[in-house]
Design a protein around this ligand. Structure first.
Ligand SMILES: [Zn+2]
Length: 359
C-alpha cells in the first residue's frame, strides 16, 4: 500500500457512505451493501465498478446501460434509474470517450431520449446514427415476449459492447416473474430484457449491476442475502412462489439507497480516478435532468408525478451531488500536501488488512 492506494480506498469509502445513507431508517441499503462488499473482498463498490469500465474500454467503444422499471398501477416509468442512467452515460462519454447505448422498455424510449438530451447528450434511435462523440442511442424492448425475442436478437447481432451495466432495471425471479419492491407482480409491464444481458455475459462482456433492493436485473449476484434479509426477497405477494429476488446475476454489484445515487457514486468514482471533476455532474444539471424526466411522465417511486427519487425530494438530491463533488475534489487538490501523515498511516498498518493486496 502507498499514499495513492490509501487515498483511493478512503475516497471510495466516502463515496459509498454518502450514497448509502438510509433516509427511511429501515436499514435495507446497509444489508445489501454488506453482501456486495463481501462479494468484492471489502473493496468500495463505486470504485470497483469505475475500475471495471476504465480497464475494459477505450475511446469509441460501445457500452450498454440496461435500465427501466415500469410500475403499477400507473403503467409509467420510475424516474429512479432512468435519470441516473442518463447522467452515467454523460460521465462515461466525458471520462472514457465511449458510446453509450441505453436499453429499456419500448414505451420509455421517447422520454429517455429527452432525458439524455437534458444531460447534454445527442440522442438517437440507432448506434449507426451516433457519429458525433457526444452521442447516445436508445433501444426499446417490448413487455411481450414474442416481440421482445426479435428485438433481443437484433441487438445480439450487433458488435459486442466493451462493457455493460444495469441500473434499476426490473429483473425476473427464478420463476420468470417480475415484481415491485412491495412484492406485487408486474410481469405484464416489464420489458423482456434479462436473456439479452445473460447472453452477453455468457459471451464474456465485463458487467455490473446497480440496485437498491434486489429485484433488479443482475442482483442475483447477491441472491443469498436478498432472499435471507430483504422483505419479500424470498416470498412475494403473488402466487408464483418465487419472491422478488432477481434470478440473473451480474459479476460486479453496486448497491445504494436508490439506484440513481449508485450512478452518482459511480460518476464520482470515475471523476476521481480520471482526475476530471466535471465527469460528475453539478447541482444545476441534476435539477435539469430530474425535471426533464418528470416532464416526460417519469414518476417518483412514491407514485407522485414530481421530480423526486424514491420519495427523496429534489433539494436533497442537489445537496448530495454538491457533497459528492467536495468528496472527490478536496482530496484531488490536497494530493501531496499531507504526505508525512499518509506515510505514517500506511506504516502504522490500520488499513493494510483491508487493502493489503492492492498497490
Ligand atoms: Zn410472485
Amino acid at each position: 500500500m502507498n499514499e495513492k492506494a490509501l487515498r483511493e480506498y478512503i475516497v471510495g469509502l466516502n463515496i459509498d457512505d454518502l450514497v448509502t445513507l438510509d433516509l427511511r431508517g429501515y436499514g435495507i441499503s446497509r444489508i445489501i451493501q454488506a453482501a456486495a462488499r463481501q462479494k468484492h473482498g471489502g473493496q468500495p463498490l463505486c470504485l470497483n465498478v469505475a475500475r471495471m469500465f476504465m480497464e475494459n474500454t477505450k475511446p469509441g467503444d460501445t457500452v450498454y446501460i440496461f435500465t427501466g422499471f415500469v410500475f403499477s398501477p400507473y403503467g409509467k416509468g420510475e424516474l429512479d434509474g432512468l435519470t441516473g442512467s442518463a447522467l452515467l452515460a454523460r460521465a462515461l462519454v466525458l471520462a472514457l470517450g465511449v458510446k453509450p447505448v441505453i436499453i429499456c422498455e419500448d414505451i420509455l424510449t421517447a422520454g429517455m431520449k429527452n432525458v439524455l438530451m437534458a444531460a447534454g447528450l445527442n440522442a438517437y434511435d440507432t448506434l449507426a446514427e451516433c457519429v458525433g462523440p457526444v452521442s447516445a442511442a436508445v433501444y426499446g424492448v417490448s413487455a411481450r415476449e414474442e416481440i421482445a425475442a426479435k428485438q433481443r436478437q437484433a441487438i445480439l447481432e450487433m458488435p459486442l459492447p466493451a462493457a455493460m451495466i444495469t441500473v434499476e432495471r426490473g429483473g425476473r425471479n427464478e420463476k420468470g416473474e417480475y415484481h415491485l419492491g412491495g412484492g406485487a407482480n408486474v410481469s405484464h409491464l416489464a420489458g423482456k430484457i434479462d436473456d439479452l444481458f445473460a447472453a452477453l455475459r455468457e459471451k464474456g462482456v465485463p458487467n455490473a449491476a446497480i440496485g437498491d433492493l434486489g429485484n433488479e436485473l443482475g442482483m442475483g449476484g447477491i441472491a443469498e442475502a436478498v432472499k435471507a434479509y430483504v422483505p419479500f426477497g424470498a416470498q412475494c405477494q403473488c402466487d408464483c412462489g418465487g419472491g422478488i429476488c432477481a434470478d440473473v446475476a451480474a459479476d460486479n454489484i453496486l448497491t445504494a439507497t436508490t439506484s440513481d445515487w449508485g450512478c452518482y457514486g459511480l460518476c464520482a468514482a470515475l471523476a476521481f480516478l480520471t482526475g476530471k471533476i466535471d465527469v460528475l455532474h453539478d447541482a444545476y444539471l441534476e435539477q435539469r435532468v430530474l425535471e426533464a424526466a418528470n416532464r416526460n411522465d417519469f414518476l417518483d417511486g412514491s407514485g407522485w408525478n414530481i421530480p423526486a427519487i424514491d420519495g427523496t425530494p429534489l433539494d436533497y438530491n442537489l445537496t448530495l451531488v454538491r457533497m459528492l463533488r467536495y468528496v472527490v475534489e478536496q482530496p484531488m487538490q490536497s494530493a501531496g500536501k499531507y504526505s508525512a501523515h499518509f506515510e505514517r498511516v500506511v506504516k502504522l498498518g490500520f488499513f493494510s488488512e483491508q487493502i493489503g493486496g492492492q498497490e
